[in-house]
Structures are given as C-alpha cells and as structure tokens.
Design a binder for this molecule. Structure first.
Ligand SMILES: *Cc1c(COP(=O)(O)O)cnc(C)c1O
Length: 352
C-alpha cells in the first residue's frame, strides 16, 4: 500500500458514494483494456467470479466440470454451488499446472467447462485445453501480469476470472472479476451479480464490489508492472541460490507473474521449522490436493509434488535487505536438508 492507495480510498470516502458505482465501472473497463477483452464484471471475491462464470456458461445439475486437483478448494466450491459435479485432473509430471493429457481422459459427454488456473503465476498452455472442445474458464487469480508473446494473459478463455484477495497480484482487500469477449455472457453475469429492481424472478446473488474497493484496485493496477518486475527480480535471486541444489517448481521465466517461489525438499516440515527458527515464515503453497477430500480418485503427480513443495516469502514490498536475509537463511537451511526425491527432480527439471 502506498500514498496513491490511501488517496484513492479517501477520495471515495469523502464522495459519500461507497457501494457499486462509477469507480467499479471504471475499474472493470481498465482491467478489460489491460487484458485486451471486451469487458469485465467486478465481484465481491474470486469465488463469486468463478461461480458466475460457470452459471453464465450454463453449468448446473447434471453437468460436470474439470478441475485440477493441485489448486485451491474455491474451485470445488464454485462447481458445487452450481449443482454440478467436479472431475479432478492431475498435474503434469513435475508441473504444477493442470495436465492436458489427463484432462482429455477425464472428459465425459456431460463436461460443460474446464477451469484452467495459472498456478503460482506460471503460464499454462490454455490453447491446448481449448483444443479439447469444451468452454474454458481461464483462472488468472494468481497470474494477473503474466504474459504470452508480450501480451497479458487472460484473453484466451471463454471466461476469465481474477481474484483481488489481499495476497494476490493486486488487491482490493477481497474482490474478484469475471471477463469475457462475449457481450451476452457479460450481460448475464451483471444480471446475476445483484438482485435489486428486476421485473422477473430468478435466483440472483449479492456479489457486488464496492467503489471503495474498486478505487483501491485502480490505484493498484497502475503499479502492476512494477509489482511483476519486482517479483521476477526476487524470484531470479532465489533461483540463483537454490537452483541446482533442489528442484524448483516455479523456475522464473520472463512470461511468469512469479506469484510464488516453490521448491521441492524431502522433509517439508523440517524445512519450514528450520526457516521458521531463523525468522523466515515458509508454507506449503497448496493446503491439500483436492482429490484427498474423499473423492476416491488418485492424482499421483499432484500427490508427489504436494509432498515436497514448499514456498518461500515473495512479494513486491520485500526490500533488498529482507531478500538478502531470506537468501542467507535459505543457503544455511539447504545445507542440512535433502532435496526432493529423484522422481520429482527429474520431472521438475523437465518442466523448467
Ligand atoms: C485466490 C484464488 C481463488 C479464490 O479467490 P477468492 O478471492 O479468495 O475467493 C480461486 N482460484 C485461485 C487459483 C486462487 O488463487
């Protein structure tokens, strides 16, 4: 947060108009222009945007939706909120992103959509999923600012969703957005987003963003290129220290948003404790693979990556002395810690 952010929120507070209004419309337009799609619909969260995305694609009871196991449980909630079933898809070998070969195997006649996230801001080949012939929800919640051929990602899906939760690439505290090239779909999402003054009844929601949040989002969006640049800088620095010693699932590429820096070790809890005792908080980057929530299916790659993956602090406001400290502690802890097993090593190396 900086003075621009404070000023933006202060301006809305003194205007007296706090709920969804002109700031939200301007934010939607600015994000859509940045990504290069027709329009956006701002929402109260990324989960709300995902829910609306599925509804506008006609997903409901009797349908199924492909969802990667190695992701965020919000995906499962969004599918179940529509009454549809989720079919869980494995990661690629050593790759944190969804595996198109497994997605092809999971397709059924009832598959109405595929949710494709850019895990940890790593560019995923959305076009390979498009080729499966099912509508795509491009989930850029962790990847706003990542690029393909120099252009921001987010314009390849039938619908794109973003999250502006506190830790995401830009934030509005909580918030999200759905974007699409299809005017009709955008209109439907706007109709579902709130419930007031409608001549006919259907099930609608209160998924609105406030002008307070949108003003903050607009100020943040202006600094997005700086945020991405700084994240990439820090990720490259970490890569220099740990690359070659342990596998890195997010080895930085110019295209990536570098939302997280995720490495692979044998003993994740030992690594977290070692870094923690040296004053650096690290965490598993995915709380639990979704197939482990009693789905009865197995996703061997997701399981293997989950067992060894650990993420170290990476965010744009980290100063250079803080980064130096993380690097020194990493250097220290990695001297006593085994890298992830050979299988993960080989597969992760293959994905770099
Ligand atoms: C954060 C996130 C979401 C959910 O967004 P919320 O704003 O927390 O509801 C969904 N998918 C991915 C990949 C995310 O990172």
């Amino acid at each position: 947060m900086d003075a621009e952010d404070l000023h933006a929120v202060g301006r809305v507070l003194s205007s007296g108009y706090l709920a969804q209004g002109d700031e939200v419309r301007a934010f939607e337009q600015e994000v859509a222009t940045y990504i290069g799609v027709r329009g956006g619909v701002a929402t109260s969260s990324g989960t709300a945007a995902l829910h609306l995305a599925l509804l506008t694609l006609g997903v409901g009871p009797g349908a199924d939706v492909l969802v990667p196991s190695f992701s965020c449980v919000a995906l499962l909630h969004a599918v179940h909120l529509t009454g549809a079933e989720a079919r869980l898809v494995d990661c690629g070998p050593g790759d944190v992103n969804m595996w198109v070969d497994d997605a092809r195997r999971q397709l059924t006649a009832a598959t109405k959509a595929i949710i494709v996230p850019y895990m940890f801001g790593r560019v995923v080949e959305v076009d390979a999923f498009r080729a499966l012939g099912v509508p795509i929800v491009e989930n850029c919640a962790q990847a706003l600012g990542a690029t393909i051929n120099g252009r921001p990602v987010g314009s390849r899906g039938d619908v794109t969703v973003l999250s502006f939760y506190a830790t995401k690439m830009i934030t509005t505290g909580e918030g999200g957005m759905l974007l699409s090239p299809a005017e009709e779909l955008l209109r439907d999402a706007r109709d579902l987003r709130d419930y007031d003054k409608r001549p006919t009844y259907r099930l609608r929601f209160n998924y609105k963003m406030t002008d307070l949040q949108a003003a903050l989002g607009r100020a943040q969006l202006r600094r997005l290129p700086r945020f991405v640049g700084r994240r990439q800088e820090i990720a490259r620095r970490y890569q220099e220290v740990v690359g070659g010693r342990v596998p890195v699932f997010t080895a930085p590429r110019d295209t990536d948003a570098c939302y997280r820096f995720v490495l692979g070790v044998q003993d994740v809890d030992g690594f977290i404790a070692g870094m923690g005792s040296r004053g650096i908080e690290c965490a598993r980057p995915v709380f639990r693979p979704l197939h482990e929530y009693g789905s009865g299916v197995t996703c061997p790659h997701a399981t293997q990556i989950f067992r060894s993956a650990v993420s170290v602090p990476l965010y744009p406001s980290l100063g250079s002395t803080e980064v130096d400290r993380v690097v020194a502690r990493l250097d220290d802890v990695l001297a006593h810690i085994e890298p992830a097993g050979k299988e993960v090593m080989q597969t992760a190396a293959g994905s770099v």
